[in-house]
Ligand binder design. Sequence first.
Ligand SMILES: C[S@@+](CC[C@H](N)C(=O)[O-])C[C@H]1O[C@@H](n2cnc3c(N)ncnc32)[C@H](O)[C@@H]1O
Length: 227
Amino acid sequence: MSIHYQNVVPWGRSLQEYVDMFSLTDEDLDKSILGCGDGPASFNCEMTRKGRSVVSVDPIYSLDRAVIEQRIDETYTEVLEQTQENQDKFVWESISSVEELGEIRMSSMKLFLGDFENGKEEGRYIAGGLPELPFDDNSFDLALVSHLLFLYSEQLSFEFHLQAIDELLRVANELRIFPLVDLNSRKSIHLDEVIDSLLSRGLLVSEKKVNYEFQKGGNTMLVIMNS
Ligand SMILES: C[S@@+](CC[C@H](N)C(=O)[O-])C[C@H]1O[C@@H](n2cnc3c(N)ncnc32)[C@H](O)[C@@H]1O
């Protein structure tokens, strides 16, 4: 049995998970941050409550709150069912069961839903998507991409990955991507080729171990910097 989603699913993680996935230090959290593909994560909401600055960009932000909520509800059952059938692909330590996973994710997504309309008015949730982002060059210090690139290697091509990374490095000085495995916890088929291509163009690229592993073997992030 393997995990397969027709499209990229809306699914949301917390600030603490972002801190762990991207090894974010206090200094990092003070930077101007772009969360690309943040979807219904509570990262932006929780950061804002702490007085910090994040702009999130995602195609679903063009939808009304009620429609996003409906999409989350539709996705929720499917994701939990597929996770249940593929439990061997995950590390059940900090999250100990499929039920707990559902509760944790839903509490993050509820925080997001409560914050969405306000945040949209304040310009913290911007509708848009890779490979073209609605921002000027060098708008951010740091761009974070969680659970989109490399994870959806089957749905997103090698060319898309390269275009997306170029675009993210146009708008931000540094880019971190997590995880580097696909939906079935296998190393992304695009990873080596993407790294080779970036290195050959003189970009600074490194794969770094992080203190987070839910998908088995998904415990590294890719850090890319404009040289
Ligand atoms: C699995 S969710 C991850 C959400 C969040 N980053 C997290 O880790 O909790 C993937 C998100 O990517 C968004 N997405 C899909 N295609 C995108 C694109 N071309 N550009 C930016 N975001 C995209 C989806 O709308 C969805 O919200």
